[in-house]
Design a protein around this ligand. Structure first.
Ligand code: NAI
Length: 339
């Protein structure tokens, strides 16, 4: 029986990159069938909710989903569908591998980082209020339960993937209680860790400076939610941008895979966005589903395409002229040739 995967096309460039990802995954021989589920602007128009219950129920039932980005209005309007999805399904660990890609020229070579971001609390609690006109507060919620489980997740991940070191970026010098609690929990998990994984802590401002000077000295980063959000984009910039960084949101019961990037309104509808980050997210998903052979085939297809560096096969963000679908078709050609 093929594994059913829920597909949320998303907003902005979402439907374009989702279509391209699907073309590639279908050509790879992956043993899956798609179930399209709604979320975002179109879902609100059709179902009266940005994140309809049928979507949450379908992901709970089938366990796996992959999604295009979903827009969140700035400073007003509805709350984030992405945050609601992560909280609603308790997808507490965001996993974002950031690696140098063959043929993609950047300031650094041999970057190979994994960012683990706590995905359910911190400033993303979404609890904000105006106390009196002109004075607002946003609550940063930190719980021992969430800190302990993300710490355990990170150390387990490091052990399973043969990673050597975990660095926590924090701001416990200022947020002594919130980030202090996180550090206490991670230190406890580190002390109990039987696998000898190295551990270090850096105040995040220093961490930012060090990572842009030399990202190769980091192996895994562990961050609370808010810090993890912007460090993920910063790290993407070190290896070629948001078009090349995949991601997964993992919980105990289900997992939702998505690129780090957003809906890129500046590119939407033009068929120019790079679908690679979502294709890489699909590769993460296939591995997670134990479909390693097809995952490797897709990875070889994009590694080869990038290495060859034919501008006609690369999207604009990587210096080429290919459209979103053009890039996907270049991968499909390789998959069909059996490269
Ligand atoms: P963004 O990631 O959409 O775009 C940032 C920059 O990267 C833009 O210049 C864009 O053109 C470029 N970019 C993004 N993805 C690209 C791709 N695949 N190929 C080539 N270039 C790409 O971030 P921004 O502008 O801050 O957010 C836009 C919207 O996306 C907002 O509504 C935001 O809330 C939402 N968003 C959604 C996310 C999700 O669904 N997980 C994550 C981040 C943002």
């Amino acid at each position: 029986m093929p594994q059913t995967v829920c597909l949320i096309p998303g907003d902005g460039i979402g439907p374009e990159v989702a279509k391209a990802m699907r073309l590639v995954v279908d050509a790879s021989g992956a043993d899956i069938e798609w179930k399209i589920v709604p979320a975002g602007v179109e879902a609100a128009e059709q179902f009266g909710a940005f994140l309809p219950k049928i979507t949450i129920d379908a992901i709970r039932e089938h366990k796996f989903a992959i999604k295009g980005p979903i827009s969140t209005p700035v400073g007003k309007g509805h709350t984030s569908v992405n945050v609601a999805l992560r909280k609603g399904l308790d997808l507490y660990a965001a996993v974002r591998p950031v690696r140098s890609m063959p043929g993609v020229k950047t300031r650094f070579e041999n970057v190979d980082l994994v960012i683990i971001r706590e995905n359910t609390e911190g400033l993303y609690s979404g609890i904000e209020n105006e106390i009196v006109p002109g004075v607002v507060q946003s609550l940063k919620i930190t719980t021992r339960r969430a800190c302990e489980r993300i710490a355990r997740f990170a150390f387990d991940y490091a052990h399973q993937r043969d990673r050597k070191k975990i660095t926590v970026f924090h701001k416990a010098n200022i947020m002594k209680l919130a980030d202090g609690l996180m550090l206490d929990c991670v230190r406890a998990v580190h002390r109990a860790d039987p696998h000898g994984i190295d551990y270090e802590e850096l105040i995040i401002d220093n961490g930012c400076m060090q990572i842009v000077r030399d990202p190769t000295k980091f192996d895994m980063l562990l961050l609370e939610n808010f810090n993890g959000d912007f460090i993920s984009d910063l790290a993407a910039g070190l290896v070629g941008g948001l078009g090349v960084v995949p991601g997964a949101n993992i919980g105990d019961d289900c997992a939702v895979f998505e690129a780090v990037h957003g809906s890129a309104p500046d590119l939407a509808g033009k068929n120019v966005a790079n679908p690679l980050a979502l294709i890489m997210s699909a590769v993460m998903m296939l591995r997670y589903m134990d479909q390693e052979t097809v995952a490797v085939r897709i990875r070889n297809a994009y590694d080869e395409t990038l290495s060859e560096g034919d501008p006609a096969e690369l999207t604009r963000d990587l210096g080429g002229t290919a459209s979103t679908t053009g890039f996907a078709k270049a991968l499909v050609r390789r998959l069909e040739r059996g490269d």
